[in-house]
Design a protein around this ligand. Structure first.
Ligand code: SF4
Ligand code: SF4
Length: 343
């Protein structure tokens, strides 16, 4: 019975989200680190090279609550917006994960998160996942050999953790969407199909896309032909940047939809976006979403990014023969939701 009530609560919350037109993403880093060592990502690269940044380990539950209330009071977070619990870092590392979700739920937020699946979040018996609208899993391949090259985690443990997260979140009333974001490299093309079948067996949307240089500084150097020899050699060996750039040119535009989102780091500073973590000011410096959009438009970093087309190149590009499965209420989703009711 409880699961049916949770299904109704989730349906009501999803409906509210659809009814309000904003659908802005408000991304808040609840932790200060990611534990993976992905060479082509700016966070993973720093981890690999042991470059340390002075940051808080995580946002306390009280700080999180104050932040959410400020965002709501000033119109940054409405019923039609999504609260994402990370920008770059690993949200499942938060020691009070359940409490963060509880606060988000009490404040009426529809939440989502992205994880590398390396750790099972700490959850309490009364964990309520009804306000989690989607969970993304990023995977750099579907074998230990691929994991050794990018994330550097134990592949079997990752699979087991992802299976656990999907099952446990559903058992605790999550009727949202799960997505497997499969990063396609030159060395893992043959692993796309096994990963797709595994995702299908879990009722998870499969979203393969070409991996790219997820590092704004090095992407700019790449586009200007200024990358160091070693890095460029690795890019040529591992990535399909040619396909990626060709796709991005077709999609190129002179406005950036990230400007209307809100990105906040673990220390409470507003950063430009999920591509560039340069700070724009303290959250309380901004009184309205319009003021933040204006600050983006005037930002030297945004002007340069728009001129260089960085914002177009650093986006997922589809993989031949596959479609990115969308989060839609299809018969597959309804089947899964029905099964969840009986968990
Ligand atoms: S790509 Fe994702 S998992 Fe890898 S280091 Fe970057 S943020 Fe972490
Ligand atoms: S223009 Fe570039 S830096 Fe500015 S918000 Fe968009 S992607 Fe980020």
């Amino acid at each position: 019975m409880t699961q049916f009530l949770k299904a109704l609560a989730a349906a009501k919350r999803f409906w509210e989200y659809k009814r309000y037109p904003s659908a802005r993403g408000v991304e808040v880093e609840i932790t200060g680190a990611c534990n993976a060592r992905c060479y082509y990502c700016q966070v993973g690269y720093d981890n690999l090279k042991q470059i340390r940044h002075e940051k808080k380990a995580y946002l306390s539950v009280d700080e999180f609550q104050r932040m959410i209330r400020f965002l709501k009071e000033h119109g940054f977070l409405t019923k039609g917006d999504r609260l994402v619990l990370n920008v770059w870092n690993e949200p499942c590392l938060h020691p009070e994960f359940s409490k963060i979700i509880k606060i988000g739920h009490q404040e009426g937020c529809l939440m989502s998160l992205n994880t590398n699946g390396s750790i099972r979040p700490r959850i309490s018996d009364d964990f309520d996942a009804v306000s989690i609208g989607n969970v993304g899993f990023s995977m750099p391949g579907f074998s230990q050999a691929s994991y050794d090259r990018i994330h550097q985690f134990d592949f079997e443990r990752i699979k087991s953790n992802i299976e656990w997260i999907v099952k446990t979140f559903r058992e605790h009333g999550c009727f949202g969407f799960f997505m497997l974001r499969f990063h396609v490299y030159r060395f893992n093309v043959h692993e796309i199909e096994p990963a797709r079948k595994w995702a299908q067996s879990l009722g998870v949307c499969f979203q393969p896309y070409y991996a790219y240089i997820n590092d704004s500084l090095r992407m700019q150097q790449y586009l200007r032909g200024e990358l160091s020899g070693e890095y460029l050699a690795n890019v040529s060996k591992d990535l399909f940047m040619d396909r990626h750039c060709a796709y991005s040119r077709r999609e190129a535009c002179c406005v950036c939809d990230f400007m209307s989102n809100v990105y906040i780091d673990v220390d409470g500073f507003v950063i430009h976006c999920c591509l560039d973590s340069t700070r724009m000011g303290c959250l309380t410096d901004f009184e309205s979403p319009e003021q933040l959009v204006k600050a983006h438009r005037n930002s030297r970093i945004c002007k340069k990014c728009l001129a260089d087309l960085n914002h177009c190149v650093m986006r997922p590009s589809p993989v031949d023969g596959y479609v990115l499965e969308k989060q839609r209420v299809t018969s597959k989703y309804l089947y899964q939701a029905l099964k969840t009711c009986f968990l």
